[in-house]
Design a protein around this ligand. Structure first.
Ligand SMILES: NC(=O)C1=CN([C@@H]2O[C@H](COP(=O)(O)OP(=O)(O)OC[C@H]3O[C@@H](n4cnc5c(N)ncnc54)[C@H](OP(=O)(O)O)[C@@H]3O)[C@@H](O)[C@H]2O)C=CC1
Ligand SMILES: CC(C)=CCC[C@@H](C)[C@H]1CC[C@H]2C3=C(CC[C@]12C)[C@@]1(C)CCC(=O)C[C@@H]1CC3
Length: 336
């Protein structure tokens, strides 16, 4: 039986590396669906995958996770194309207008917190958020809410009594409880929308397991480590990509102290790939699976307990359900 795998944000970075790794492992038994907001970039990714795996079944799906109508019509298309979805990788993500606090970085360098700072980016990154056409905070809509809506819309192909399906979130070590407020789930009143959205995905994953395990749907979260992709290049915009490459020897050195410097999309996709091979029923809903790379360059996956609780995860879920019904009502009124 072919396994059907849908990946959001599949046209670059960690998402594309995951697709490449999945096809290397099993070209013929997979039906890959690349969900991309930009079809030109999606086509380029599909062509690159088919060049190295000409026999593979790779489909494209247009979806902008920040747009309610786009997610709803993409989900409708998925329901038409497939009877069952085995894996749903929720990987698309943004960190817009990042601000790198140089002063805090140098202060952190000479503190006992230096390893945590390199592993999580804690205390040195803030962002300025935008607002989507639907009136939602952009980071929340793209990284979390669009994906939540997608799961809800895909229930008929994800929930089967006799078969399990696995939803896998690309979260982050930058997901901090301190950045999240259940009274402000969109992070309207803060300067760390990225961290808030990733913490919310950790909470949401737990709530999904509570509500859906009996229907065969399981959810897990991973952290890819620090990976050089367009998302990280944008952190220092005046720093061209080739300068980042020049820093590689320094990063390899840092890797001797923190195995979270996975650096390449291939390494970053380790935990995503590892989860593909696991029985979802055997996984712990309270842990995050980290992609790690040792000083010698060996990849492995390690589970680490998350700083989350059931009560907050349930409150978040209720608020997401409420927002879902509000946005759907608005959409219906618009279509009338
Ligand atoms: N790089 C790192 O160090 C880390 C990354 N992560 C997470 O990994 C995930 C992948 O990021 P990474 O590979 O690093 O970065 P990339 O920028 O390379 O990949 C992000 C992907 O998400 C897509 N995307 C962005 N916005 C939308 C949208 N509105 N609708 C649909 N797709 C969208 C992008 O598409 P497009 O090409 O059109 O922009 C792209 O394919 C993200 O969730 C990120 O938060 C987590 C921890 C560390
Ligand atoms: C010498 C030098 C220029 C070091 C780079 C320092 C920082 C730019 C990086 C150190 C740790 C990195 C990190 C991220 C971004 C870049 C750093 C702050 C993330 C926040 C990127 C997005 C994530 O989801 C988690 C990453 C954690 C580590």
């Amino acid at each position: 039986m072919n396994k059907v795998v849908l990946v959001t944000g599949a046209n670059s970075g960690i998402g594309l590396a995951l697709c490449e790794r999945l096809l290397c492992q099993d070209t013929e038994g997979l039906q890959l669906c690349l969900a991309c907001r930009n079809m030109h970039r999606g086509q380029a990714a599909r062509s690159a995958l088919l060049t190295s795996h000409p026999e593979a079944q790779v489909a494209l799906l247009q979806m902008d996770t920040s747009s309610i109508s786009s997610v709803i019509s993409a989900a409708r298309e998925v329901r038409l194309r497939y009877n069952q979805l085995d894996y749903l990788y929720l990987n698309a993500g943004i960190m817009p207008n990042p601000r790198f606090d140089v002063k805090a970085f140098f202060k952190g360098l000479f503190s006992s917190n230096v390893i945590t700072m390199f592993a999580t980016g804690e205390g040195i990154l803030t962002q300025t958020d935008g607002v989507t056409a639907d009136g939602l905070q952009e980071v929340f809509a793209t990284n979390l809410f669009g994906h939540f809506l997608l799961i809800r819309e895909l229930e008929p192909v994800l929930c089967h009594a006799d078969q399990t399906s696995h939803v896998i979130w690309t979260s982050s070590s930058n997901a901090h409880r301190s950045a999240f407020n259940v009274e402000d789930i969109q992070h309207l009143r803060g300067i760390q929308p990225y961290s808030s959205s990733k913490y919310a995905s950790d909470l949401l994953s737990l709530a999904l397991n509570t509500r859906y395990n009996q229907q065969g749907l399981y959810s897990s979260v991973i952290c890819p480590g620090f990976v050089m992709t367009s998302l990280t290049y944008s952190i220092l915009p005046s720093f061209p990509a080739f300068l980042w490459t020049l820093l590689m020897p320094l990063f390899w050195l840092i890797r001797l102290f923190t195995n979270t410097f996975t650096l390449t999309p291939y390494n970053g996709a380790e935990a995503l790939f590892w989860l593909f091979e696991q029985n979802p029923e055997s996984l712990n809903p309270h842990v995050k699976y980290h992609s790690l790379t040792s000083g010698l360059g060996n990849n492995y996956t390690q589970p680490r307990k998350m700083d989350i609780d059931l009560e907050t995860s349930e409150s978040l879920y209720e608020k997401l359900l409420q927002l879902e019904s509000e946005v759907k009502k608005k959409l219906e009124e618009k279509l009338k």
